[in-house]
Structures are given as C-alpha cells and as structure tokens.
Write a new protein. Sequence first.
Length: 515
Amino acid sequence: MSTQRIFEEGDPAGPTVVLVQGQPDTSRVWDAVVPLLADRFHLVRYDSERGSRYADDFAAVLDTVTDGAPVHVLAHGWGSAGVWQYLTRPGAGERIASLTSVAGPSPEHVSGYLRSALTQPLHPRRFAGGLGQLARLAVTAPRTVTDKTARTNLRGAGTSRPVDVPVQLIVATADPYVSAGVYDDMAASATRVWRRDVKAGRDLPTSHPAVLARALTQLVDHLDGAPAARELRRAEVGRSRKTFGDTLVAITGAGSGIGRATALAFARDGADVVLADVDAAGLEETARLVSATGSQAYHYTVDVADAATVEAFAEQVCAEHGVPDIVVNNAGVGHAGFFLDTPAEEFDRVIDINFGGVVNGCRSFGRRLADRGTGGHIVNVASMASYTPVNVMNAYCTSKAAVFMFSDCLRAELDSHGINLTTICPGVIGTNIVETTRFSLPESRSADLETIRRRARRGFAVRRVGPEAVADAIVAAVKSNKPVRPVTAEAYLVYGISHAFPQAMRSGARGGNIM
C-alpha cells in the first residue's frame, strides 16, 4: 500500500466517515468540513503518494481503521471516482453504508452519458448536452501529469450495474469539467439515490463545507432510522411527489386576498406553507383551508414593517421547520390621496409596509437561503402601479416602484447563490384592498370618503379578476423562473407602454382619477 498518513479525528464512538479526496488535493482539502462533523462522527482522512491507485488505497484504509463494520464515505473529485470503482468489487457493498459523492462521477459515468446522448440526434436538448460535454473534455482533458495519472488509475472502472449502496450526489452546476447533465443518468448507478445541485465550481469542500456537512448528516441520520429531513426528501431521486412536494413556502400577508390564494395554490401542488400576517383571525382561517388540502400550515403573527420582528420570525421558522425553499413577500397596504394632502406619517407607513416589508423579508430569509447553499426562490409582489404614475397614488406607486427596482438589483446579486427572484405586478385585482385602503383627503372633502370608496369598489368589480389569478401567476413564474410577471391584460399593456412611451404615461398621470 502506498498510503503515507492516516488521520483520525472526531468522536471515536460515532459512526465512521471516511473522507476521500482526489489528486492534486491532499487531506487538507477537508479542513473546513471536519470541524462541522467532528462532534458527531469518527472521521478518517488520509494522504496517498502520487501515482497510487485510488480504489486500492481506499480498501487498505478500510482494513486499517475499521473492524469490518460498514462506513459512510464522503468523497470528492477523482477520489469519488475511485470509490465508485471500489464499489464494483465483490463484497464492497457490505463495507460501505453510504456514499456522498461530491463532483465526482467515474469515467464510465461520463463515457456512458456521451454514448447515450450523442446517439440520440432526434432528442435535440440531450444531443446538444452531449456535444457540450464533449467540448468540455476537449478543452480540459488532460493538461497536467496529475490528470493523466488519475485517468490511468481509474481506467476500466466499471459502473454499469447499479451498486447496492445508498448514494448521494452533490452536483457542482458550475463545474468546468463535468456538466450537470451527466448526473441525470447516474440515478441508475445505485439502487437508491439522492441529488443536490449547488451553484458552484468543483471546490465544494472549501467553498461550501456546510452544505456537505449537512447533506452527509441528514443522510446518515435517516439511514440510522430518523425521519428524513424535508431537504433530504426533496433530494431523493424517483420519489413520487406533487410539483412542490417536500417544499416549504413562506408567505407574508397570508391572512386574506393574494396571500391566502397563493398559500392554497402552493398547498394544492404539495407544498407545506408558513403563513404570516398581522391579522391573527385571518391567518387561522387560511391555515384551516390549507390543512384541508392535506398540506401542513404553520402560522405566525408578524408585522413585516418591523425589521427585528421579521428577523425573529425567520429565525424561529428556520429553527422549527428548516429554511423555506420559496419566500413570497406579499404583505402590503393600499393608499390614495394627493401627496400634498398626505401626512408624513401616513406616507412613511405605506413605504415601511409595502417596501420595507419586502426588504425585511429578503434580508432575513435571503441570507439564510444563501447560507444554506442549495438555491431557492424569492417572489416579491409589486404592482402595475410600480410602472404606472398616478397623481392620487403617490405613496402607493412610490412604494411599489421601489419594490420593482430593489428586486431587479437583488436578482442580480442572488444569482451567484443559485437563488431566483420574481417580481409580480398585478393589475386591477378584486381583493379586500379597497376596504382597507386609507384615503388622505383635504378637510373640505372628508365627507366624500364613502363616495370615493364606492367608486373604487365599482372600478375593481368591473374587472372581475380575483386573487386566484395572481396566485396562479406566482406558481407559474416560480416553475419557469420568470424574472418579471405582470398579471392581467392591463398590467401587460401598461408594462409595454411604460417602456415604449414613457411620456404618455407621465401625461396620463395628470388626468382622471377617482378623487
């Protein structure tokens, strides 16, 4: 055996995890991962001489540090490919309890994908994926002695028959060498497979150590008999589920209107939902309706304008249920009135709820989504008013325009974390917003309030478009990762006019109004 050094760390009484890296890395590549696992596991890592055979070295390590009991394996790169080779040996499945393979398909996996993809020209997307993978190999293959050595050591690694070992694939979607499509075929490589995609390059042990530690821990706990974490359930390949099954969605303003309809739409598609609103009675009713669909509902009374409250809410939700996969920042209030008639505190109130609530939600949940490292989706509900100037809706239009631009900026920032963001822009939607809208009127017109409200009520009733239309648009936009989604014909029309003829919008803002 050519192994030079073996390091044992962590809890000697815990389950054994062997950490395997490939060339040119050494065992130090696991330095950021080890502290995250040391309190739970007996950790083994080792260094080998350059030119050694991965599978032989791995087998020798098992003989040295175990009494034959099955071990869990966390392997990266060429080291992972070596473990795949080892698993084809007789009796290997009796010594391995699980494999978490990080950016490490075997050469046979890659060649099998290429053979399959490039012989299917009638399937354009798959054929193009095969050509793309072939191009990657042409650009990167082998440029160093180390690469050549690794390929030589793994030549003939057979993985054509499924291995009888639970396998978890951690896919680096920004891997310059191996495309994510290669892993699509690897579900057939083992009898039970989980897959997690991470928007990162091959250096996952150093760039995303918490992701690897959490993935390994969840899998080991489950194999030891614990209920599978929602994140692990969602990662299981071949598991029967609805579109948003094993998904957690957090929604603000969920006590009525668009928020309630959105909660029900996601629940019908299999999601569990976290509901937030200042209206406790409305929340309870929404939770009851969600439960009737068969999904779980967790409700919290939250003032989204209070940053500290939102932060505490996010902390509690993540501790009790895990980080939500989808966050819908929907809570908002209506307001009408000329700017010069609107008290400063009322203007600030609209901004604090409509814009501040979105900012607070994005800050508290966005950070946790980024730290989780496996992507997610944020939906910010703006309005057609975000690109439609209206002289008697200054505060409301301003707050929604701020949401629109904030979302555009944040979308660009979160892309590097694999987090998507959609801005929803409803048009005239029949909700209870007319009843809850505050009107700022000069003293001389205070008696006209109910007349104005009746006019507004009639205007909304004419459209006959309910909150369900917005909810359906939100669900569809998440599925398709739509950056901006107007809702209703007038919202689309005005969106186009606002970009093509901005002066027409400004001129129109001076004209008719319900005041």
